[in-house]
Design a protein around this ligand. Structure first.
Ligand code: GDP
Length: 479
């Protein structure tokens, strides 16, 4: 770990020239922009009569961990909804339509601001927060960064196309995250619409809708005509009520970054979804590896607001750098704290990248399973060349296991291994198994970056054997 002379002086609130002089006296020639190592820094700090504090994981936890909220401080908060489904089934159209329907005539001439999320009000008066990035790629990458923001998934299925591969992926992502689903059967205006086929198709994936006597709400809608949209919003509000979502608005804010970019005029800008507490102008915060002080908050209608409470998305200005989607924001009491945590994280992340080991190999999972008595499942993602082999593999794998460990196929599909598969595997901390298929280039890169293990097989027996060996903790290192 290193620190520049200028930064060291700044943190001790001493003059740079004095620090340079002191270093010189110890025989170290360094200018203000040069870095010195942590041990040297420590000597200098002591020389100036300051106390050395090196930030650790535990310190970070302490600062950002807030006391548990008392039940009497909790207030209902709006649900946060992500729309998922197969490409072209109408996710974007539905999001746009819901949003438009809610822009009242007088409101800023009907102009809306795309900040990555928006809020609408149902006819019944409930507020709903929609994430504006449809699809499970964003959902999964957020989850893998530790931000679970979605309370309810709306699964869009086109009535003229029924269940398609990405529909199945979406179902598996929602299930893996433990988020309840509502099915929106879209394009009901089309003459070729066959909503019954959608419902029966879904049965095969263990999604039993209400019309089929199940408990997953299903609503027929048309993003084009607007038919069924009010019913969909009411269905969401009803589901939200069952979830009894609550937060404490009267405390320091905690939130998640929905999107962030470097804006030419405004500097780094992040859209943050407040998850607990209230974020206010002037608050000092750390967000991922960045920190800042709230200079301005802008809501989804492009208006400046003084504060944002639970489930409210706002653009935050006043960051020192651009965070990443999924980063968690915490308000801290001092700027020094915020900066130290941000720097500590940046450093830790660098070390982790350097260590670049596969974090989710079968061996490591097994080790984890052994160390941690709670891990009783060995999750895997399976991709195969044809449906028949995919199903055969899943069946065989689900029989594998002993008293301590079971194999759980969290997703399987046909075709090349894609970035989405890697994202899901990363979020669930598991390997991807390819049977007679390869990973495409983006997926390979992403797997390398994220340390997700990909294993290729062409003989089912070998595949099942390896997984069984892993599950019995007998996997030899050379496999
Ligand atoms: P996404 O890929 O899931 O975001 O789908 P889009 O929203 O881009 O929609 C894909 C296509 O389906 C577009 O051409 C839309 O105009 C069309 N579409 C979406 N919703 C409806 C609908 O309710 N009825 C009809 N007839 N077409 C729709």
């Amino acid at each position: 770990e290193a620190i520049t002379v200028a930064e060291l002086a700044n943190r001790m609130a001493e003059r740079v020239a004095d620090v340079v002089k002191s270093l010189m006296q110890s025989g170290i020639m360094a200018t203000q922009n040069q870095s010195i190592d942590a041990d040297t820094a420590e000597l200098i700090i002591e020389e100036f009569g300051h106390r050395v504090t090196r930030v650790s994981d535990a310190d970070v936890e302490d600062v950002i961990k807030t006391a548990d909220d008392k039940p009497e401080d909790l207030r209902p908060r709006p649900p946060v909804i992500t729309i998922m489904g197969h490409v072209d089934h109408g996710k974007t159209s539905l999001l746009d339509r819901i949003r438009q329907a809610n822009v009242t005539a007088g409101e800023a001439g009907g102009i809306t601001q795309h900040i990555g999320a928006y809020q609408v009000q149902t006819k019944g008066g409930d507020i709903l927060t929609f994430l504006d990035t449809p699809g499970h790629a964003a959902f999964t990458s957020m989850r893998s960064r530790g931000a679970q923001v979605t309370d309810i998934v709306v699964l869009v299925v086109a009535a003229d196309d029924a269940v398609m591969p990405q529909t199945v992926e979406a179902i598996n992502h929602a299930k893996a995250a433990g988020v309840p689903m509502i099915v929106a059967i879209n394009k009901i205006d089309k003459p070729s619409a066959n909503p019954t086929k959608v419902r029966t198709d879904l049965l095969q994936h263990e999604v039993v809708v209400e019309q089929m006597s199940g408990d997953v709400q299903d609503v027929e809608v048309s993003a084009h005509t607007g038919q069924g949209l009010d019913e969909l919003l009411e269905a969401i509000a009803l589901q939200a009520e069952l979830l009894e979502l609550k937060a404490n608005p009267d405390r320091a804010a905690e939130g998640a970054v929905i999107e962030a970019q470097l804006d030419v005029g405004r500097g780094p800008v992040a859209t943050v979804l407040v998850q607990n507490g209230t974020l206010k102008q002037g608050d000092i915060f750390v967000v991922g590896e960045q920190y800042g002080k709230v200079r301005a908050l802008i809501n989804d209608k492009g208006e400046r607001v003084a504060e944002a409470g639970p489930s409210v998305p706002v653009e935050v200005l006043g960051l020192n750098g651009t965070p990443e989607a999924g980063d968690v924001l915490n308000v801290t009491s001092t700027e020094a704290q915020a900066r130290e945590i941000a720097e500590y994280r940046a450093h830790a992340a660098k070390e982790k990248r350097a260590a670049a080991g596969a974090a989710t190999t079968l061996e490591q999972l097994m080790k984890k399973a052994k160390d941690d008595e709670n891990v009783s499942e060995l999750p895997v993602v399976v991709k195969a060349d044809v449906q028949g082999s995919a199903e055969a593999i899943v069946q065989a794998l689900e029989k594998v296991g002993n008293d301590e460990v079971r194999v759980r196929v969290i997703h399987y599909g046909v075709g090349a291994i894609t970035e989405t598969d890697i994202g899901l595997a990363e979020a669930s901390g598991c390997p991807v198994i390819g049977f007679n298929v390869r990973a495409n280039a983006p997926a390979r890169n992403s797997a390398n970056q994220k340390g997700v293990e990909i294993r290729y097989y062409s003989v089912i027996y070998d595949l099942v054997d390896d997984v069984r060996a892993a599950a019995s903790g007998l996997l030899s290192n050379e496999i």
